[in-house]
Design a protein around this ligand. Structure first.
Ligand SMILES: Nc1ncnc2c1ncn2[C@@H]1O[C@H](COP(=O)(O)OP(=O)(O)OP(=O)(O)O)[C@@H](O)[C@H]1O
Ligand SMILES: [Mg+2]
Length: 263
């Protein structure tokens, strides 16, 4: 993660955070347009995620839950201020998997992320605060039934459909088959997986996590290797390392169709 020094306006933050931000070097660490993430270089380091009001509540709950399992960062503050939601977490050691250190060993990265995902999916999540991720997910897919979010090239070379109508047909076929039997990360991409010298140190960006269908995480685990390594040659290797006996290729194709049409 490349960090760019930034200035922050202390008055944009509640008192609980402004003390931390005062006279401290701050760096931008954002990965997307939807949220601003800043790194506070103090003590062992802190991250503040700022996003539109009400959008980080689930992420805060899921991060706390995953932290209780030893799988994520400690949440030090969550709250709304002005028009924003703010989430303060303690830094997880190491680097995220989009770091060159890991990208430069693609086979090891593929095997590591696949095996970590399988271990996550083996956790019994009966006390997870989001039990209905599959239903929330299905609602987002159905929002795209009119074609307004269709991204035909999302999984180019891996999963493709002749037309929107075909993608919608396959997605509709898959919706009633979605299971709610595993603990999902929900955004299983390299920048959201942190390793410390190849040892797992934590997951972040858990706002779409909860109990749902394993194929959703597997699909994004495959996509992120293709996206970040620029090749789809690790697709099979990822499934082998995860455990092919747990993967239904038809379900993966149906989930790909859902992702392509969904909001
Ligand atoms: N607690 C933390 N410990 C270590 N690194 C962190 C932590 N929180 C965030 N980061 C770093 O900041 C980056 C961006 O954070 P995060 O993934 O939460 O937001 P995002 O991907 O920009 O937002 P979005 O929710 O819109 O996808 C991560 O990829 C990671 O490098
Ligand atoms: Mg992220």
């Amino acid at each position: 993660m490349i960090r760019k020094a930034v200035q922050v306006n202390i008055s944009d933050y509640p008192e609980a955070l402004s003390e931390l931000l005062k006279d401290t070097p701050v760096y931008d660490s954002s990965c997307s347009q939807e949220a601003q993430v800043i790194f506070i270089d103090k003590d062992g380091g802190y991250y503040v995620k700022k996003a539109p009001k009400e959008t980080l509540k689930t992420e805060s709950l899921m991060t706390e839950y995953m932290h209780s399992l030893g799988l994520s960062a400690e949440v030090l503050y969550y709250g709304s201020f002005n028009d924003s939601d703010l989430l303060l977490t303690r830094r997880i050691s190491g680097e995220d998997c989009a770091d060159l250190k890991y990208l430069s060993e693609p086979k090891r990265l593929c095997d590591t992320t696949a095996m970590l995902l399988r271990a996550l999916h083996e956790i019994e999540g009966s006390d997870c605060p989001v039990q209905d991720r599959a239903r929330i997910y299905a609602d987002k897919v159905m929002k795209g039934f009119d074609g307004r979010y269709y991204e035909p090239d999302l999984f180019q070379g891996i999963w493709e459909f002749k037309s929107f109508d075909e993608a919608r047909f396959i997605a509709e076929e898959g919706l009633p088959l979605l299971k709610t039997d595993v603990l999902l990360h929900g955004d299983y991409c390299l920048p959201n997986i942190l390793l410390d010298d190849w040892n797992f140190s934590g997951y972040i960006d858990l706002g779409n996590g909860g109990m749902g269908d394993r194929h959703i995480d597997i699909l994004w685990g495959i996509w992120t290797l293709k996206f970040n390594l620029g090749t789809d040659k690790y697709t099979d290797r990822f499934m082998d390392a995860y455990g092919k006996e747990k993967i239904e290729p038809e379900m993966l194709r149906m989930v790909a169709a859902m992702e392509m049409i969904g909001a």
